[in-house]
Write a protein that binds this ligand. Structure first.
Ligand code: CA2
Length: 143
């Protein structure tokens, strides 16, 4: 099974600031967790991080026919991007949304998720563990 993990803007800065909200783990820790999960669960996991909305749309489009599942943390684009929502709908690949922080307990503008309107599940507030849970969910349901 092939899973694409997509991270949006500033996720590559994890661990550098705001540890109170996002924890002390770094982006390198996230990459290590994904590698470990791929090995343990016999999955092919590709990771893609971009700070650019259009590049994320391109990556989702390119996943068509090439991936069985998508785990996506669109970061700030969660709350603004109809383009990412439309791309997910266009490829129709099973997807799970992940947020490191508990967005529900934060500012009002973080309460809306466009990508979440497509994703079949949202995991939030579990830190990096949320990515592993999302991957295991897709494996259990679709592998
Ligand atoms: O909790 C999440 O995973 C978020 O998707 C993270 C986004 C935020 O805009 C979403 O509302 C919730 C932010 C990504 C990381 O931003 C950083 C900010 C300061 C220092 C390091 C990373």
């Amino acid at each position: 099974m092939k899973i694409l993990v997509i991270n949006g803007p500033n996720i590559n800065m994890l661990g550098i600031r705001e540890p109170g909200i996002y924890g002390k783990n770094t982006f390198a820790d996230l990459l290590a967790l994904l590698e470990q999960t791929a090995k343990e669960e016999f999955l092919t996991i590709e990771q893609y991080q971009s700070n650019h909305e259009g590049d994320i749309v391109d990556k989702i489009q390119a996943a068509y026919g090439n991936f069985d599942g998508i785990v996506i943390n669109p970061a700030a684009y969660t709350h603004t991007s109809v383009a990412i929502l439309d791309a997910l709908k266009a490829v129709s690949i099973p997807a799970v949304e992940v947020h490191i922080s508990d967005v529900d307990a934060r500012e009002a503008f973080r309460q809306i998720s466009y990508a979440g309107l497509y994703c079949e599940k949202t995991i939030k507030g579990l830190g990096l563990k949320g990515y592993r849970q999302a991957i295991l969910y897709l494996k259990e349901k679709y592998a």
